[in-house]
Design a protein around this ligand. Structure first.
Ligand code: FES
Ligand code: FES
Length: 906
């Protein structure tokens, strides 16, 4: 067979049944990505005789005699196709995993298709950007600013990896070749709850190419949590690498390690497992009722499980004042129960990794993780290895959103590498991602609220039941967060919280952007609106009357054990003003028939800028001989922009330009500890460590120049890549070379412990139209104002807001993992799940409050998670305003809205 790929001829024959995507990757075309292998995401797009196609759907042999172009061959090595340049100019990407496919599709559009991008781009999903920057690329917009030496902070500078991203040359987890690789496939439980009586391995081991079969008998008995936190006590020890009890459909039972994925799959099919079926429970209310099947009967408080006999993994209870009495005396009250569904992160790069031993015998794991350092720590504990005998690192991560603040694959990779001594690979399929990794915690939230006649809150009460699934990873911290800032942002003398996280025999929940707040905000912000409505006060004014102001305590019962949250800056008032003004501004009203009901809604959120109990970052920076700098940070880049912002911080502190900062990151082999890229800590915590390191190096440069070159340190400043003292100007390169002659490299460290913490704010507004005859919903206006302190990179920060709104709209309007009565995920594919595509996402107007944080680096605050949080709440309020009906269950799909609309409007 003969193929022409990127102008070169190949004569390799594909394997029987092989798709074009995997064939192209095996030939080294790593720009062809996998997001789904089912034709639903477009990450694998290539040009087939000049037409964009999903290569995962095309049998490889069909390419014979055709011309195939991947992103690598599209604009030549320089990536000089105008569409690649357009994506660079607009910075039309975040993690970049979708970008190669998106560019190839966009470049193929004709004029008519460009007029209908919703339809033309329906086959290419981007989970990060919210599509605005992609539309900007198509419109030829340039979103990039320039910055001179020392001026980088606060400018819209481009991502350093941009040129590689648009050429398909950025390296993600599997974009590398390793000799002698073995493949892991996992046999997963078909039962929601069962004890494994026996596993017959012989037939599997007899499959040609199978090297090993690992079961619970081969796994360490140590219990741990897949959740990664700086403090292990935050999560229960309730999980084993491979267990002899399975607690959800999809849990690992055995790992088959083979020469090929096909052999490993065949090995899985050949395994014979005998189960003792145990009773199961999938509903969290039933799970905590007396007599329910007990999911972790062997766990105790020593494992940090609050009440195993009642399937309660974590709980929080407390009251300030007397809520019941206050409600009785209030002028107006509201009570409602809200439910939120199970949704998936759907990062386009699935979980996976490679494990191998390096030349020094170090167990090396290259994985798609937000937390390399914490993963190494737990692997060392599990396998009784010295930390320096394990290295965990990532290059570029194809999206995370909290889902990769877990250890879902690295443990089995380590076990397989240790057992076989060979390099091993495990790449989850999209279906495995749905059925076996983590999701957002579904919650049932009952809110009670009261206010006096002047609209002052008198009582706020939350009753929360969170479904943590079969394991308690993140159960307690998510619950803590869910009942924290959502009522902490309101002054109210009487507050009460009763919150429980329940085990069920369903796929585990975990960390997800917003970390519990989006679920509870739907209820709290609805209650605030309903009180305002009863009193005839505007939604803006009731919030202005009741939200905390600098100096006010931010209280949520029970009394917090953490006392390190301060108003480093305060921009909530500005955010409310910005959204109110924007919503009131003239906008072209669409022509709608009388069937459409129009309404507006807002919601606000406050978020602590760092998770509690410590978040650590150690950074190192050194002056290179050429006058540039080598910056080493532990935090990972997964589209959150840290690689850009860290260089901006260092360049500003050292009076240079970002191109002079070479960044190494997310590798336990380099630099000090880093807790990880989660909790929006990439800028606030690791950025602060970078700032301290850079400032320390600036002082070191001054000290050295004073001693070795005779300048007065106290009179010296850094400016334009030099140390300036009076009329003398010593370029950094000269100082570095002088130090080198003395056998020195000028370097410094910086550290941040993640405390004290500040608070950030967001306000979202929607204008919507709801069709009373069908339940269809149109978003007429979407506005978000954010208090991100001094904005480090306005373009990227805007992208975080746009992407957060888009992702949250998915969870608000469409996305839902459906679980049947046996705990099985009914729709584990993108096609049946409905991720927002270009057509689904409105253009959100983004505004920033003008504040400067006294705690964050150079005045900045975090802004990765919080844009997500108020979206569903604001949408619920807008729909209520339009229809007069308070809908209380997400997603707000037309078929959910329709029955109540029909009842009210006929
Ligand atoms: S990987 Fe081919 S469309 Fe998703
Ligand atoms: S940039 Fe599109 S999926 Fe991440």
């Amino acid at each position: 067979m003969s193929f022409e790929i990127n102008g070169k001829h190949f004569s390799q024959a594909p394997r029987a049944g092989q798709c074009l995507r995997t064939f192209l990757r095996e030939l080294g075309h790593f720009g062809v990505k996998k997001g789904c292998d089912a034709g639903d995401c477009g990450a694998c797009t290539v040009l087939f005789d000049g037409e964009p196609v999903h290569s995962c759907l095309i049998p490889a042999f069909r390419a014979e005699g055709h011309v195939v172009t991947t992103i690598e061959g599209f604009g030549g090595e320089a990536g000089s196709h105008p569409m690649q340049q357009a994506f660079l100019d607009a910075q039309g990407f975040q993690c970049g995993f979708c970008t190669a496919g998106m560019i190839l599709t966009c470049a193929s559009l004709n004029q008519a298709q460009r007029q209908d991008l919703g339809s033309a781009l329906k086959g290419n999903i981007c989970r990060c950007t919210g599509y605005r920057s992609i539309e900007d690329a198509l419109d030829g917009k340039n979103n990039i600013e320039q910055a001179g030496a020392g001026e980088a902070f606060g400018r819209s500078l481009p991502a350093p990896a941009g040129p590689q991203v648009v050429r398909g040359a950025a390296r993600y987890t599997f974009d590398t070749e390793i000799e002698g690789l073995l493949h892991i496939k996992l046999l997963r439980s078909p039962h929601p709850h069962a004890r494994i009586v026996s596993i017959e391995k012989e037939a599997a081991l007899a499959v040609p190419g199978v090297h090993a079969v690992l079961t619970h008998e081969d796994a360490p008995s140590t219990l741990f949590s897949t959740a990664r936190h700086e403090k292990d006590w935050m999560d229960p020890d309730d999980t084993r690498v491979l267990d002899n009890v399975v607690r959800f459909v999809g849990q690992r039972i055995a790992a088959v390690i083979a020469e090929s994925e096909g052999a490993a799959e065949e090995g899985c099919r050949a395994l014979k497992v005998e189960y003792e079926i145990l009773p199961h429970v999938v509903d969290p209310a039933a799970a905590i009722a007396p007599g329910a099947p007990v999911i972790h009967p062997d766990k105790t408080v020593a494992h940090r499980v609050a009440n195993a006999a009642r399937n309660i993994v974590a709980e929080r209870h407390g009251e300030f004042g007397d809520v019941a009495a206050a409600l009785g005396e209030s002028a107006v009250t509201y009570e409602g129960t809200f439910t939120t569904q199970r949704v998936q992160h759907a990062a386009l790069e699935t979980h996976g990794g490679l494990a191998f031993f390096d030349a020094d015998g170090v167990l090396t794991i290259r994985s798609s993780t937000q937390v390399p350092f914490l993963t190494r720590r737990t692997l060392a504990d599990l396998f009784d290895l010295a930390p320096d005998k394990i290295r965990v690192f990532c290059e570029r991560v194809g999206g995370g959103f909290g889902g990769k603040q877990e250890m879902f694959v690295e443990d089995i990779l380590a076990l397989a590498a240790l057992k076989t001594g060979r390099p091993v690979k495990l790449e989850l399929t999209r279906e495995e991602q749905f059925i076996s990794t983590s999701t957002r915690h579904p919650m049932r939230v009952t809110v009670k609220a009261g206010a006096d006649k002047d609209g002052r809150l008198t009582a706020l009460q939350l009753d929360v039941l969170s479904n943590t699934g079969a394991y308690g990873n993140h159960a307690g911290p998510v619950l803590f967060h869910a009942v924290g800032e959502c009522i902490g942002v309101y002054n109210c003398p009487n507050k009460k919280v009763d919150a429980v996280a329940a085990y069920t025999n369903t796929v585990p929940s975990g960390a997800f952007r917003g970390y519990g707040l989006p679920q509870t905000l739907i209820a709290v912000e609805a209650a605030i609106d309903e009180l305002a409505k009863q009193l005839g006060i505007s939604p803006f004014d009731i919030r202005r009357r009741n939200t905390v102001k600098p100096g006010d305590p931010m209280l949520s019962p029970p009394a917090s054990e953490y006392h390190d949250v301060f108003y480093g800056s305060y921009g909530l008032d500005q955010c409310l003003d910005l959204v109110e003004r924007a919503m009131a501004a003239e906008a072209q009203a669409p022509k709608l028939s009388a069937d459409w009901l129009v309404g507006e809604g807002i919601a606000l959120t406050m978020i602590d800028t760092v998770p509690p109990a410590g978040h650590i970052a150690d950074c190192a920076i050194a002056l290179r001989d050429d006058g540039g700098f080598e910056l080493t940070v532990g935090t990972a880049e997964f589209g959150n922009g840290t690689s850009t912002v860290h260089r901006q911080i260092a360049a500003t502190a050292l009076a240079t330009t970002v191109d002079q900062i070479r960044l190494r990151q997310s590798d336990t082999a380099h630099g000090g500890h880093d807790t990880g890229a989660y909790g929006s800590a990439g800028t606030f915590v690791a950025g602060l460590a970078t700032k301290v390191a850079a400032e320390n190096l600036a002082e070191e440069i001054k000290r050295f120049a004073a001693g070795a070159m005779g300048v007065d340190a106290s009179e010296s400043t850094l400016a334009h890549d030099s140390l300036v003292c009076g009329s003398r100007r010593l370029p950094f390169a000269l100082i570095a070379q002088t130090a080198r002659k003395q056998g020195r490299t000028l370097s410094a460290h910086g550290n941040s412990a993640g405390t004290p913490r500040s608070v950030a704010f967001n306000v979202q507004g929607f204008r919507v139209a709801v069709n009373k005859g069908t339940g269809e919903l149109k978003i007429l206006r979407s506005v978000q104002a954010a208090d991100a302190g001094r904005v480090a990179n306005p373009m990227q920060c805007r992208g975080q807001v746009e992407g957060g709104v888009a992702q949250s709209l998915g969870a608000t309007l469409y996305e839902e993992m459906v679980i049947d009565e046996n705990g099985r995920v009914v729709n584990p594919h993108f096609r049946d799940y409905h991720l927002p595509s270009f057509a689904d996402v409105p253009r959100t107007e983004v505004y920033f409050a003008d504040t400067c944080d006294t705690i964050g680096p150079m005045g900045a605050k975090s802004m990765s998670e919080s844009p997500y949080n108020p979206v569903a709440a604001a949408m619920g309020n807008a729909i209520a305003d339009a229809t007069g009906i308070r809908f209380t269950s997400t997603p707000f799909k037309p078929d959910r809205l329709f029955p109540a609309l029909k009842e009210k409007f006929g």
